[in-house]
Design a protein around this ligand. Structure first.
Ligand SMILES: Nc1ncnc2c1ncn2[C@@H]1O[C@H](COP(=O)(O)OP(=O)(O)OP(=O)(O)O)[C@@H](O)[C@H]1O
Length: 231
């Protein structure tokens, strides 16, 4: 379904990703791991066409997207939940969600049904500003906004980072539900190995802008983690 081959990516003159590869079948959840600054966020931004330049191949269901602008990638099926959530605090919850509808294939302008199902709190508070929400609720809002684009692949950048421990579990359950019940393919950048082991079918380990190891989650050994993730 998703094939990323030999990707190089740049911010201006800075060459950040070097020959990165990754594959995800339909309904897979792939954990993207590695130390801080190894290029995990840059990989998601490259998939969305948000770096200065990228070469290589990015195919979604056989369609080559590497030269395409961000809006075309969203239309093709990528939904992006960026690190730090990036909701608009002065927009209402409704407006934040509906921003995602600009990339919906059928031009719908309503709140998607799935948001009613999985985020009832957001639905009860649609007219309040996004900025009044807690960190965990803002994360839910960012996921709801991405779901409004009707994605087939969801890109999640550290969705549990900086969130109260009791809410982390809720976010984790939601992500697993989106993957298992809705069959969404998910690329998950995550530092929490326990969650990656619980949720992922496969993993990619990154180091210095390269994908240095990949495999089934069962192959994510302690040796690999200590080699590529301990500081
Ligand atoms: N906008 C930018 N312009 C130039 N360099 C950047 C930019 N954003 C990130 N970088 C550099 O790219 C490299 C990879 O950063 P990136 O944020 O992708 O890493 P990461 O693995 O996601 O780290 P973290 O876990 O800290 O988010 C770092 O050296 C970083 O300094």
């Amino acid at each position: 379904m998703l094939q990323i081959t030999d990707i190089d990516s740049y911010y201006g003159a800075s060459h950040i990703l070097h020959g990165v590869g990754l594959e995800a079948g339909k309904g897979e959840l792939v954990g993207i791991l590695g130390r801080n600054g190894t290029g995990k966020t840059t990989l998601l931004r490259t998939i969305m066409g948000m770096t200065t330049r990228a070469t290589g191949s990015l195919k979604l269901n056989g369609q080559e997207l590497i030269g395409e602008p961000t809006n075309k990638r969203a239309f093709a099926g990528f939904g992006y939940v960026p690190q730090g959530r990036q909701i608009i605090p002065d927009f209402t919850i409704r407006e934040n969600i509906l921003m995602g509808r600009f990339a919906a294939k059928d031009g719908r302008k309503d709140i998607p049904e799935i948001v009613y199902e999985i985020f009832p709190y957001l639905i009860e508070n649609l007219d309040r500003p996004g900025g009044v929400l807690s960190g965990g609720q803002q994360q839910q809002l960012a996921i709801a906004r991405a779901l409004a684009t009707e994605p087939s692949v969801l890109l999640l950048d550290e969705p549990t980072e900086g969130i109260q421990p009791n809410i982390v579990e809720q976010i984790e359950k939601t992500i697993i539900r989106l993957n298992k019940e809705l069959g969404l393919t998910i690329l998950l950048v995550e530092q929490n190995i326990r969650f990656v082991r619980a949720a992922a079918t496969r993993f990619v380990m990154m180091e210095n802008g390269r994908s240095v190891a990949t495999g089934a989650t069962a192959d994510l050994t302690e040796a690999l983690i200590s080699k590529h993730m301990t500081i």
